[in-house]
Design a protein around this ligand. Structure first.
Ligand code: HEM
Ligand code: HEM
Ligand SMILES: [Fe+2]
Length: 475
């Protein structure tokens, strides 16, 4: 399907490889949303597909597809950036292409096993072949090792091309950050029977990815994209980038403590987690100001509206600045103090934050990068948003915001009824699940999920057609 996108304007094989990653990413994004819809319907009608495709399976594929499409889009973005930043083709481009196919084959097998085999006897063979059972990282162990090999090839390409080529600030941060990002994956490969120890390391991957290394990654993408789209000055975006890196790591690393409140880790984590995680919104404000400042500055420089070279990409990047601050910063801050978290922990409030943060901080900018890719692939000088681009960004953003509001209401009900009033036991959980506020919230979540999905259809349609339409308009 997406192969109809032309690559002929891209001079570098590395950028074509980036586009291949984008294609798989968008397919997996679609799969993620479909699984979310199934899981949402199961919340309302628990017997829906029961015994055939249980909630546990739909939910698992939903969040694993999320992680994997984001990894694909991230790798795609890096391959796309490499020639622009370093001035060179990736040193091991052939190996890079091979790795793409190996990874894609492996992911296909894992997904098919998730969907059709689903569960095993629960012994070692299950862990090796079917499912490792760590939320977000459920891939079976054989795939774990495979992923490490593929990522090593990717990193080899990034690192050695960087050494050979131009060494920009953006690439310097990118290279160092990717090493941390890939290294952290190994923390999710500690195998132990002790659930506290297991969770302890698992959070290294989950938290330190999304609140440290992925955030820095987004900083580098925003820096690169702002240079490309509005011609922002490199010295300025790179200065911001260094400040953000410093702050993100400063608060994000010890902010890890907000997951160590109730898993059997020592109590000093209450104070550490409270303090440092409460500081986490600060760098997110900086990232927000950064995008708007650069945009405003370019506007001032020309005394008119800045020439936005890529309308849809810019719209998604501005949405990213807002969304990151709102979903991660505000919704994260709400429940990050132990005094609050003791009531909100593991409620739908967490899911509200999870949706808004992953969408706002990552989905948005990665979609923006795909639009940059299309622009390059068609060699369009100035790509304007089409009606479909606008429908896509409006419906997807509105849908996800709507879902987050519904989930926040559901979480609030859980806090008040299940936790505060009834004390949080097994019965309390079911009482809260069956109250009308919860049911209505779950209904609205499904409706907003459908809105999101319609937006996704517009997005795919736009990505498939905007290049051709806009290159004709430009002639
Ligand atoms: C883009 C960045 C972020 C993403 C993608 C993200 C995503 C998530 C997700 C998916 C969970 C649920 C994990 C699970 O399944 O157990 C979670 C939990 C949590 N997040 Fe974030 N988050 C981000 C940033 C933040 C920030 C900046 C804060 C605080 C200021 C924060 C505070 C929390 C807390 C306290 C929890 C635990 C919730 C509970 O106890 O149930 N997050 N986050
Ligand atoms: C069609 C739209 C979507 C629907 C209907 C949907 C539905 C769901 C459902 C039912 C769950 C399970 C919640 C639970 O266990 O209580 C879930 C979890 C999750 N979804 Fe979605 N989702 C959608 C889109 C998205 C998007 C766009 C993202 C991020 C970009 C996302 C990220 C997540 C995450 C991170 C979790 C785990 C949350 C947690 O453990 O706290 N979903 N989703
Ligand atoms: Fe966290």
């Amino acid at each position: 399907m997406l192969t109809s996108i032309k690559n002929h304007n891209l001079q570098y094989e590395t950028q074509k490889l980036g586009m291949m990653y984008f294609r798989v990413a968008i397919i997996l994004f679609g799969a993620q949303l479909l699984m979310g819809l199934i899981a949402a319907i199961q919340f309302m009608y628990p017997s829906f597909l029961y015994g055939i495709f249980d909630f546990s399976v739909a939910r698992m594929v939903h969040i694993n597809a999320l992680v994997v499409w984001m990894l694909y889009a991230m790798i795609g973005s890096v391959y796309y950036m490499i020639p622009d930043e370093t001035g060179l083709e990736a040193v091991g481009i052939k190996l890079g292409k091979l790795a793409f196919w190996v990874l894609t084959l492996a992911i296909t097998i894992v997904v098919l096993v998730f969907i059709f085999i689903q569960i095993g006897p629960g012994d070692d063979s299950t862990i090796w072949l079917i499912n490792e059972g760590r939320e977000y990282l459920e891939a079976p162990r054989w795939a774990d090792y495979g992923i490490v090999v593929v990522v090593l090839i990717f990193y080899y390409n990034v690192f050695f091309t960087f050494l050979k080529g131009r060494r920009t600030g953006v690439m310097t941060v990118m290279v160092a950050n990717l090493l941390a990002l890939a290294g952290l994956y190994l923390a999710g490969m500690f195998f132990t029977d002790n659930i506290s120890v297991d969770q302890y390391w698992w959070w290294w991957v989950i938290h330190l990815w999304v609140e440290a290394t992925w955030e820095v990654f987004v900083g580098t993408l925003a820096a690169y994209a702002l240079i490309k789209i509005i011609g922002a000055k490199r010295e300025i975006v790179e200065m911001w980038l260094w400040i953000e890196v410093l702050m993100l790591f400063g608060s994000g690393i010890l902010g890890l403590g907000h997951h160590y409140f109730w898993i059997g880790t020592p109590e000093y984590w209450w104070e550490i987690g409270a303090l440092f995680s409460a500081l986490e919104p600060v760098p997110l404000v900086a990232m927000f100001v950064h995008v708007l400042y650069d945009w405003g500055k370019e506007q001032g420089a020309h005394g008119e509206k800045p020439a936005i070279k890529n309308g849809p990409a810019m719209a998604w990047i501005v949405t990213n600045a807002f969304g990151n601050f709102l979903g991660a910063g505000i919704w994260g801050f709400f429940h990050t103090l132990p005094q609050v978290n003791i009531y909100t922990h593991g409620t739908q409030f967490t899911a509200a934050h999870g949706h808004l943060a992953f969408f706002g901080a990552y989905a948005t900018i990665l979609i923006g990068m795909m639009y940059l890719g299309i622009q390059g692939a068609y060699g369009i000088d100035r790509m304007k948003a089409t009606f479909k681009s606008k429908m896509a960004i409006f419906l997807i953003t509105f849908g996800v915001l709507g879902m987050a509001v519904a989930l926040t209401i559901a979480g609030y009900e859980q806090v008040l009824v299940e936790r505060a009033e009834l004390g949080g036991g097994w019965d309390a959980f079911f009482t809260a699940q069956n109250l009308v506020w919860m049911k209505q919230a779950m209904g609205w979540r499904t409706v907003m999920g459908v809105v999101t999905f319609i937006g996704f259809i517009y997005l795919v349609w736009d990505l498939l057609t905007i290049g051709k339409e806009e290159s004709e308009n430009n002639q």
